[in-house]
Design a protein around this ligand. Structure first.
Ligand code: SF4
Length: 676
């Protein structure tokens, strides 16, 4: 037993996509945590979630036994009983309604091995209905960057940011969401590097930026096009790079001609002189790196926003060179990895589309006939459950009742299912609808790999024993796999990783044992046996970088007389997503115990709202009440609510509109009214 061990165990922080390496000593229900000083990612540093956020794993309300529903309650059963029941019901539903009546929800909180196994089970059952929370955060990054560069990942390393001359941060509150990357930017800024921040809110980085572009939510394309207009007009493009490395420049240039900053000001709210200054700094002070978060992706034009970001980097030659690049900052610790593993309904492992000949490889490796049409995406699965196309959902480690858009439809869908299996560590709001509950292990109790936001595959190592009868997700899935398909169960995460190496070329060149203690950045193959810090050095993954002509289109909801405010959602420093982990940490909960809505000083004055007063926020889709936080961080006409607090249920306000490419919901722009 590790319970009483005093040995520091080296593993990876279970929170954000930065993927800091942590050394943990767990004894007497207490966690002592240090940043791993030799880590290429965090060099010994950690944020408060890394230091203080681990106690969730020892929380007394962990699920410790498999359970089956019996009327309004659940009864404890053995693992054999639970697994036999799940296998029997999945087979019955597949046989009666066809494989597409089953949907699987994977998890960016789980390891690569677990996500690989879950999508393999889905596809061998005969459906591509497998997806995970990347749909709600970076699916537009995948759709956008695959089209323009050929690879859906950060193009450089965290370390390479030390060589960056200009940071352009757009739609990312980096110091709060990816604090260790945020610290790097602050340090570089203090050392004289340039910083441009584009955000509707005055973030900490905005307050120290050389240029702060406080633009209206949803006007990203207009803002970026106007910056590119200035770069083109002033001759600041990299002509040699455009000529030798890219395609589609003419059509793109024709489009951006339409966006002089004087005209776009009415869309973005940003004065032309600031756009000009930002454009000049970004294009002249190279290498420049663009870092973005969900402020770019969570829109009905999320994919187009990403492609615009890509245009900006391409036209200035800011790709393939050390210190330059595009950094989509991945939210969850393993959202890069779970996407790489093919836990996405439009991609097999390694981003192979279902209708491409590449699927034949998986048919050979898995010895199975596989489905060829794109499956249901996360945002579509609940509607399909409402109208009866989906009869069963197998959910691993997600909490859609809190995190998805249009919450009332999520609940209606779940109530309509014949089988709802939840594999999790806590009795979440979502688990309450389950027919079967399978107790899984936290990241501190299992083994495997996570891939961080800079493509670094790192080993996850257990620091404590799981509570009660909880078992690692990979073990549970392996048992189900073995029984459904009558195949041999996997023996270990390493066993699964060895198959991943066969399935995904970017993972092919590294042995499991070689990933410890230091991880490696994919691609790891014959050409890059030690991995690659910088992508697209000589050529892009798709050959030539592709410009896209992107016209600005307005968001799905604009303020009007009835709903005059824009609501935007996001995170704060202390909490994480639906709060199931951080809100079980005493210290983090003490720092940020209650939900709130940020409103500007002027708006509060106009509506006679006092700081702390409970106010009503109402959209076309729902209404919630929250205490007001009156602040100068936010401009007039915009309100902000963090989505960590299940009691706030902010996603009740978010509508159904989806990005046509990636099907990501528009979490960032919702028209609302505010009442005192
Ligand atoms: Fe964990 Fe992210 Fe904080 Fe690092 S920056 S300690 S990975 S939450």
């Amino acid at each position: 037993s590790r319970q009483n061990s005093k040995i520091m165990t080296l593993t990876v922080c279970p929170y954000c996509g930065t993927g800091c390496q942590i050394e943990v000593d767990y004894s007497g229900d207490h966690y002592t945590v240090h940043g791993y000083t030799r880590s290429a990612v965090n060099e010994g540093k950690l944020c408060i979630k890394g230091y203080q956020g681990l106690s969730y794993a020892s929380s007394h309300d962990r699920i410790t036994s498999p359970m089956l529903r019996s009327g309004d309650t659940w009864v404890k059963v053995s693992w054999d009983e639970a697994i036999d029941y799940v296998v029997k019901r999945l087979k019955e539903i597949r046989d009666r309604y066809g494989p597409d009546a089953i949907a699987f929800q994977a998890s960016a909180k789980c390891t690569n091995e677990e996500n690989y196994l879950l999508q393999k089970i889905a596809r061998m059952i005969g459906t591509n209905n497998v997806d995970h929370c990347a749909r709600s955060c970076h699916s537009s990054t995948v759709a956008g960057l695959i089209r323009t560069l050929g690879t859906a990942a950060a193009t450089g390393s965290i370390k390479s940011l030390k060589s960056t001359q200009t940071f352009f941060v757009i739609g990312s509150n980096t110091t709060e969401q990816h604090p260790i990357i945020g610290t790097t930017i602050i340090k570089q800024k203090k050392a004289g590097k340039k910083l441009i921040v584009a955000d509707p809110r005055r973030t900490k980085l905005a307050s120290i930026a050389d240029v702060f572009l406080q633009f209206k939510p949803g006007s990203d394309v207009a803002l970026l096009n106007s910056m590119m207009f200035v770069i083109l007009k002033r001759g600041l493009i990299d002509s040699e790079f455009i000529k030798s490395r890219t395609e589609g420049f003419e059509a793109f240039a024709e489009e951006i001609e339409k966006y002089p900053p004087e005209l776009t000001e009415q869309i973005t709210g940003v004065p032309p002189d600031l756009v000009e200054k930002a454009a000049e700094i970004y294009a002249s002070n190279r290498p420049s790196a663009i870092l973005y978060g969900m402020g770019i992706t969570q829109h009905i034009h999320g994919t187009e926003n990403v492609m615009s970001v890509s245009n900006l980097a391409l036209m200035t030659g800011n790709l393939g060179r050390y210190g330059s690049g595009i950094f989509p900052l991945r939210g969850q610790n393993n959202v890069q990895g779970s996407s790489d593993m093919g836990a996405l309904s439009e991609f097999y492992p390694g981003y192979v589309p279902p209708d491409s000949p590449g699927v034949e490889k998986f048919e050979r490796i898995w010895e199975a006939k596989l489905p060829r049409k794109v499956g249901l995406m996360l945002s579509e699965m609940f509607d399909a459950a409402i109208d009866g196309r989906v009869k069963a959902i197998y959910l691993m480690g997600e909490n859609p009742v809190i995190t998805e858009a249009n919450l009332s439809d999520v609940e209606r869908g779940l109530k309509n299912l014949e089988l709802f299996v939840v594999q999790d560590i806590f009795m979440t709001d979502t688990a309450r609808y389950a027919h079967v509950i399978l107790p899984a292990t936290s990241a501190l109790e299992k083994e495997g790999t996570f891939t961080n936001t800079e493509r670094r595959i790192q080993r996850v190592v257990p620091v404590k024993d799981p509570p009660g009868d909880a078992r690692p997700d990979w073990w549970i899935l392996s048992q189900i796999y073995s029984k459904i398909f009558d195949r041999e169960a996997y023996r270990s995460p390493e066993d699964i990783f060895n198959e991943i190496r066969l399935a995904i070329p970017n993972y092919s060149g590294v042995r499991y044992s070689d990933l410890y203690p230091d991880g490696k950045q994919w691609p790891i193959n014959d050409q890059h046996p030690e991995g690659a810090e910088i992508l697209h050095v000589d050529k892009f993954a798709r050959g030539l970088g592709r410009f896209m002509a992107i016209p600005y289109k307005s968001p799905s909801e604009s303020p009007d007389e009835e709903y005059p405010f824009i609501l935007t959602t996001g995170r704060n420093y202390y909490h994480w997503h639906s709060g199931t982990m951080t809100r079980r940490s005493e210290i983090l909960e003490r720092e940020s115990p209650n939900p709130y809505v940020e409103i500007s000083v002027n708006d509060a004055k106009k509506l006679s709202i006092r700081n702390g007063q409970t106010i009503t926020i109402e959209s076309r889709h729902g209404s919630i009440k929250l205490p007001a936080m009156v602040t100068s961080k936010i401009p007039d006409g915009i309100v902000f609510v963090p989505f960590h607090f299940k009691e706030a249920r902010v996603n009740l306000l978010v509508g159904e509109n989806l990005d046509p490419y990636s099907k990501i919901p528009e979490f960032k722009v919702v028209a609302v009214k505010v009442k005192a």
